[in-house]
Design a protein around this ligand. Sequence first.
Ligand SMILES: Nc1ncnc2c1ncn2[C@@H]1O[C@H](COP(=O)(O)OP(=O)(O)O)[C@@H](O)[C@H]1O
Ligand SMILES: [Mg+2]
Length: 377
Amino acid sequence: MLYVDRVMLNNFRSYEKMELNVGANSVVLTGANGAGKTNLLEALSFLSPGRGLRRAKLSDVNKIGATSPWAVAGRVMTPDGMRQLGSGLLPRHELAMETSPDRRIGRLDGENLSSPGAFGDILQIAWLTPQMDRLFIEGPSGRRRFLDRLVAAYHPSHNREVNAYEKVMRERGRLLLDGHADPVWLTSLEKRMAEHGVAVAAARLDAIQKLSQAIMESQSAFPGAVLTIGGELEEDLTVRPAVDVEGAFCERLFGTRAIDAKSGRTSIGPHKTDLLVRHADKNMPAELCSTGEQKALLIGITLASARLSTIQFGAPPLLLLDEVAAHLDEKRRGFLFEELEEIGSQVWLTGTDKSLFEQMENKAKFFHFEGGKINVN
Ligand SMILES: Nc1ncnc2c1ncn2[C@@H]1O[C@H](COP(=O)(O)OP(=O)(O)O)[C@@H](O)[C@H]1O
Ligand SMILES: [Mg+2]
């Protein structure tokens, strides 16, 4: 079992100070629109690496008018015992230079971390939010991020590889824009891009194969999805060894220097990959499915991924399900709650109306948010 036992916020959006004692059970947050439910889920999402479930600008998270930067702390029960995780915006005066971008720091068991990257080794967090209802109909970047979060649940080094790839890619881009780049230096950057890029692609491929298997095997009330990765490197990896793919990618990068210098972009690589999803039973691309079917597909993928990550990671992920219950009829809601219980995750559910969660009555702790106050009921 893995759960957040207590969460504390400081100057986090609508909260000046807030402490919630939860325990091992799942959590239901109810309250009117604007009551602060999503804010709390967002705070929890900062107990994992990345930009949080809103992908907000770090400074936007600061409570308006607050004089010190936001922070979130969580006491988390893990298979290795109780851990103290903390994260927050580094005060601007502690940045190296005035022009440095904002930074989020991490704290683990009282020790400062240079970044929250290591949180991914301690707990896994997955979420579904109303914004993700558009995942299948918008551009590939949202799906690629979704894919990479799924992958990171089974390949702990995946985020680091993605970041390393993007960093070298930006460096190559800057050199190309400069116009007088040293070709030897460019070649060495492209070699590193190829190494990280192939590692990224290989992890994606492996994770999607495992997840597809998990989807096929799972007895779920939610529709099965057929997942494929649309990406040159990933496709290439299915037909030849990684070293060959790496070599070929290097050559392609060499060949696109002139175009990339002109466009200011990197025209090929795993930063362009897309996740393609089909509704298995209907044999229909997700983007052509109804809004409700798309939501059900996403829930199905999230549940299967949670099952798989429980096996791979050794503990179930924390699940943040924002406004998910309201979209389902009573029967489907019941199935969702049953499957969640069977997976064993601590789930944080939100909704405006408590009646949506009647079937969770004895299985979750209920908090009602009203007028900036939280009532346990
Ligand atoms: N940086 C901020 N400082 C102060 N309040 C904020 C900040 N960002 C958002 N809010 C407020 O937080 C409130 C609660 O938002 P949210 O958690 O999304 O509500 P809901 O319960 O509907 O999910 C909103 O009314 C919003 O105006
Ligand atoms: Mg909300």
